[in-house]
Design a protein around this ligand. Structure first.
Ligand code: GLC
Length: 436
């Protein structure tokens, strides 16, 4: 059974790998290279095709900008199945963009640091893997430097995202109150996603108006980070995004130590790390909710909801043991009902929860993967095992979908797998979970 699933996962991954050395998340819906997808995908490939794992990372890093920025989508090809594409995003407007690789002017969670470490750990040929790490690590360091120097205007060690697409959790209810502060024009455009997937499972037209409006503002200022910090109606400190950065910092430190030398970089990383973790626990931890939360930097107020992102800091060793216990209690009391698979993307006890709609409730395999390792790190082995088994069971039952209904009941009568099928990171991270 497991062998069968492993083979199917490899077929999905191999089928999505492109000639130019990167993978699409899935056919039709996502025809380009996405940043954080590439990290997760590379980890999957590392288990059986090291060459593809390396290419995946290197192709992404080739698209890095002059200031260290790594874009959220790299448009390696033309495609008419996706909106908004390269002609809309216009990365060429930025004087710092990479003119060889058209991209968006926004980024995604910084996963490449820990991807390098995972690849190294999985590799059987350590010399070869270290050579690969050596060749690429400075680019990732440069990317972290970009974040701390351009995305942290109050010098707190917490970086901001300026667009919901930067979070990776696109249409989460977390952003609903920010949309209420905006009144964008009714843009006229032709979406492609809703031709490919049931609109019930995707963001609304009005939500898209907001998404586009933020990009319009950024474009007006040629993607200047300074102007964005000053003017973007969306400016958020996201615990998931910052967790990915902090985890990747740790990985860079570990890898630089393996390589030897690089004392200055290690020192700088440790400095960032100390400051980030301190601010994280003072600013993003909500004692009353017993969870980490987002902070709306534009409107200077906490965004007080519990989502799967609230538990992600376990993955980077951010909470104290006490806090970790509280987090797990919160998770189990809100998300852990026996009739539900772990872990819904948004608080199932909240009225904004929607079990079918993208990041408003369904289970996502990448978040489960992050939680699995985080829970294990703190010794919550039983719950970690449940997260892992639930992930495997969902894929076994429904297929390699993009996201999954958390309600067990549903699977008796219908397929609870939603969004794109043959989705790369679901396959890649399943391989990693099974091999662990
Ligand atoms: C969706 C997801 C995002 C992902 C992208 C490609 O936009 O919300 O996290 O990176 O699809 O898979």
């Amino acid at each position: 059974m497991k062998k069968d699933l492993i083979n199917k996962a490899k077929i999905v991954l191999d089928g999505n790998f492109q000639e130019k050395g990167y993978s699409i998340p899935c056919k039709g819906l996502y025809p380009f290279q996405w940043k954080w997808d590439s990290g997760f995908i590379a980890i999957g490939f590392a288990h059986y095709d090291m060459d593809k794992a390396k290419q995946e990372v290197e192709t992404l890093l080739k698209a890095q900008w002059q200031n260290g920025f790594i874009p959220h989508i790299v448009f390696h090809v033309e495609s008419d199945t996706y909106f908004p594409g390269p002609d809309y995003h216009r990365s060429d407007l930025s004087p710092l963009s990479n003119k060889e690789y058209p991209s968006t002017g926004m980024t995604q969670p910084p996963v490449i640091g820990f991807t390098l470490e995972k690849i190294y750990n999985i590799a059987s040929d350590k010399d070869d893997a270290l050579k690969f790490v050596k060749k690429n690590i400075d680019k990732v360091y440069f990317n972290h430097q970009y974040f701390y120097e351009n995305r942290d205007p109050q010098n707190e060690g917490l970086v901001f995202i300026y667009h919901n697409w930067e979070s990776g959790t696109d249409n989460s209810p977390l952003w609903d109150d920010i949309w209420k502060t905006m009144n964008p024009p009714e843009y006229v455009f032709k979406r492609r996603d809703t031709d490919l997937v049931d609109p019930e499972q995707r963001p609304s037209k009005r939500e898209y108006d907001h998404y586009l409006h933020i990009i319009e503002i950024a474009k007006e200022h040629n993607y200047s980070d300074e102007k964005i910090a000053e003017l973007s109606p969306f400016l958020v400190q996201d615990p998931l995004f910052n967790t990915m950065l902090i985890k990747s910092n740790s990985s860079l430190i570990a890898l630089y130590k393996l390589i030897g030398g690089n004392e200055d970089k290690i020192k700088q990383l440790e400095k960032w790390q100390e400051k980030s973790i301190k601010s994280f626990n003072s600013k993003l931890y909500d004692t009353e909710l017993g969870a980490y939360i987002h902070y709306d930097l534009r409107n200077e107020k906490p965004i007080r909801f519990v989502s799967s992102s609230s538990f992600s800091p376990l993955y980077a060793g951010i909470p104290s043991k006490e806090q970790a216990k509280t987090l797990v209690n919160t998770m189990m009391s809100k998300f852990g009902d026996e009739n539900m698979y772990l872990c819904a993307s948004f608080d199932p006890t909240h009225e904004r929860f929607n079990p079918k709609k993208y990041w408003r409730g369904p289970v996502w395999i990448n978040l489960n993967w992050i939680l699995y390792y985080g829970l294990k790190e703190y010794g919550f082995n039983e719950i970690a095992k449940r997260v892992k088994n639930d992930s495997i069971e969902l894929i076994e039952k429904a297929g390699f979908y993009e996201y999954f209904d958390a309600r067990k009941q549903i699977y008796k009568t219908e397929n609870g797998g939603y969004g794109g099928n043959n989705f790369s990171w679901s396959a890649a991270l399943l391989l990693d979970l099974i091999n662990n």
